[in-house]
Ligand binder design. Structure first.
Ligand SMILES: [Cu+2]
Length: 675
């Protein structure tokens, strides 16, 4: 493998090209390769637009086009999103502002495994602890998958449909249909995605096939222009082979029901009230059925009921506020059939219950034209019950309660010295309650010698909350031909929850259960994006993501931080035909902490750098139709991301150090919009 060395200065220099004055607006990308920041700390993504490289049909892979995100590969789908080195619950994932907690104690199902981006209308990423409005408050980032609230003055409809075929037997079918009139509306979304095992650049097959489907529908009424009430239900299921472990995910069933309401223009003070009640149930099965031994399996369930009320207030002509309340209750259960061996059981038994009550408020004050301050505060009260038996937990029957505080303040300023440039600087404190995996799947720090059973050493009471103190700053520049975004961050993380499996003293039991330990950590970094229209049809895009960090307690590099990455893209678009080329360059990574990481995974070892070249093309016969095609990894390079799971030994497959990325992948996607 050829190593490509990147110097940050050279890349920044090439990105900060001089700005030319012109009249044409910068073209929208036909095929998105890097998503820029749209407003301070926020990136808005259109999930209906094709992306390169072709994402798997889940909510994580799709985030690859956002600089700063890395997706930990397990196989063909269900990767784990990591932003600026922060994995697991530090990236808060919301579908319609609901948390979907995966069920798997071995983390086969990140929340994004249950999300199918293309059936949503908008995806928003908020970087850092710069919002407090959402349940499951993310310390590193908040990612919201949202449906647009369509209303119809007269009978009408909007339909989005797409079909995709690709290498390795991949095919996707997606439909998002909406119809309504003045009084009623209904939506239906459906998705189906299937892929066979892919091959890496060496031609080795990876145990990675999957199939997923989802269906949701909603009906609602709009009694007048100010009121909207909606009932929705959804179901999705599928299976996925894994190349990083000894079992596969043979069931990923999510069922969801929700009731939502919105009342607008209530008074001069109350602009809007939104409320929703929701229930999400996860039923996940992992088994060896895809490897010929269906009798070896385990089931888990995770049921979450939630209530949320928010209100938009006009406090003064220059002061707006959003205040709200969240409540959720989640129960996790599982069985342990152990192939009929003594001690096994097939009935589902609860192991934990999380209850969370939160109040939050965010205030925006317009100081003067182009200057504003945004600040927020969130208090979460937690009550967590250990429902395990005393033979498997030494905190059985105990309840942990905790009050956590998070807040931020940000100043945004339209610069007078530099035209069309907005700057921002914010400070934030996020206090994160340890999640199910950190408290129940892992064990507490200690040598485990006190008892024969590893899981006896419960982490429930010992794992402290994680406090992130972070500065976020940046610039967004938009002129006719040149757009640029720069964001920088620096933090200190007190009691960072490290998942440690680095030595025998930090693992225990049959499954080498890792330890949840509190350490002090520090990270900093930046993401830069630029786009420059060379002519009215040719555009150059680039992006850079950089993060560095340390584990101050152990005197080690902080684990699971992605290496320096840059993307250079050139695109031609004459509104009918488009062509694009993408070069993604990733630096080698030498600073590692093998065996340490987060609930998603741990550092495997050092990694080499690589460059991946991809091509795409598009054809727009009319405004409503887009046919896009691409070849990802054109030169069929064999490579693995630094943030990846270690390859497991799967009978009939070549074992690799990490799970290798797909080799050359060709795809063709047709998208139609009808309205
Ligand atoms: Cu599992």
């Amino acid at each position: 493998m050829k190593l490509i060395k990147l110097t940050p200065i050279a890349i920044v220099a090439s990105m900060m090209m001089s700005n030319a004055i012109a009249t044409e607006a910068v073209l929208n990308d036909v095929v998105v390769t890097a998503s820029p920041m749209t407003t301070p700390t926020t990136i808005e993504l259109d999930p209906k637009v094709p992306r390169q490289p072709l994402p798997a049909h889940d909510g994580a892979d799709f985030l690859k086009s956002v600089p700063g995100f890395s997706i930990m590969r397990k196989a063909g789908t269900d990767g784990e999103p990591n932003f600026r080195g922060m994995g697991g619950s530090r990236v808060n994932i919301l579908a319609d502002d609901q948390n979907i907690f995966g069920g798997c104690g071995q983390r086969m199902d990140a929340p994004t495994a249950y999300i199918f981006p293309e059936v949503y209308d908008k995806v928003t990423v908020v970087k850092g602890p710069q919002t407090v409005l959402y349940p499951g408050h993310g310390s590193a980032a908040t990612v919201r998958f949202e449906k647009e609230q369509r209303t119809y003055d007269k009978p009408g409809y909007d339909v989005h449909a797409s079909g995709l075929v690709g290498s390795f037997g991949r095919h996707d079918e997606v439909v998002d249909a909406n119809l309504g009139n003045k009084d009623y509306f209904a939506t239906f979304t459906g998705s189906n995605s299937k892929s066979d095992n892919y091959k890496d650049g060496n031609g080795n097959e990876v145990h990675s096939k999957y199939h997923r489907y989802s269906a949701t529908s909603s009906v609602g009424v709009t009694p007048d222009n100010n009121k909207r009430f909606e009932l929705s239900a959804g179901r999705s299921n599928g299976y996925a082979a894994y190349a990083d472990r000894t079992m596969d995910g043979t069931k990923f069933l999510r069922e969801n029901v929700a009731a939502k309401g919105q009342i607008k223009n209530i008074s001069d003070l109350v602009e809007k009230v939104d409320f929703q009640v929701s229930r999400n149930t996860i039923f996940h099965t992992m088994s060896k059925a895809m490897r010929g031994t269906p009798s070896e399996y385990m089931d888990v369930t995770h049921d979450t009921n939630a209530v949320r009320i928010t209100s938009d207030l006009n406090l003064r002509p220059t002061t707006k506020a959003k205040v709200g309340f969240d409540y959720s209750q989640s129960t996790h259960a599982g069985n342990m059939p152990m192939g009929g061996m003594p001690g096994g059981y097939t009935d589902l038994r609860d192991d934990s219950e999380f209850k969370n009550t939160a109040f939050f408020a965010e205030v925006t004050e317009e100081l003067s034209k182009g200057k504003k301050v945004v600040a927020g505060y969130r208090a979460d009260y937690w009550s967590i019950l250990d429902k395990r038996t005393s033979s498997s937990s030494d905190t059985a029957g105990q309840t942990r309660t905790e009050l956590t505080h998070s807040g931020f303040a940000r100043f945004e300023n339209q610069l007078s010295s530099l035209q069309n440039t907005n700057s921002f600087i914010g400070i934030g404190r996020s206090e994160r309650m340890p999640d199910y995996w950190e408290l129940f799947s892992n064990r507490r720090d200690g040598d485990g010698a006190e008892s024969g059973s590893a899981n006896d050493n419960s982490a429930l009471m010992s794992t402290k909350t994680e406090k992130t103190y972070q500065i976020d700053a940046g610039l967004i520049h938009k002129s006719s031909r040149f757009e640029a975004g720069a964001s920088f961050f620096y933090n200190q993380i007190k009691d960072f929850i490290l998942v440690d499996a680095s030595s025998a003293s930090y693992t225990s039991g049959m499954y080498y259960t890792p330890t949840s330990r509190n350490i002090d950590a520090q990270t900093h970094g930046a993401e830069l994006t630029t786009s420059y229209a060379l002519t009215n049809t040719v555009k150059f895009n680039s992006s850079l993501a950089y993060v560095k960090g340390k584990n101050k307690t152990d005197g080690l590099p902080l684990a699971q931080l992605a290496p320096l990455e840059g993307r250079l893209a050139l695109a031609y678009d004459d509104k009918k035909y488009s062509y694009g080329a993408l070069l993604r360059l990733v630096a080698p990574k030498d600073e590692v902490a093998v065996g340490q990481g987060n609930i998603s995974g741990q550092d495997v070892g050092k990694s080499g750098g690589f460059g991946i070249f991809s091509l795409n093309a598009g054809y727009k016969p009319n405004k409503k139709t887009l046919i896009a095609a691409g070849v990802d990894n054109l030169f069929d390079k064999s490579y693995a991301e630094f943030i990846s799971r270690a390859g497991a030994s799967v009978a009939g497959y070549t074992q690799t150090t990490r799970v290798n990325e797909p080799g050359r992948t060709a795809w063709l996607k047709a998208t139609i919009a009808l309205d």
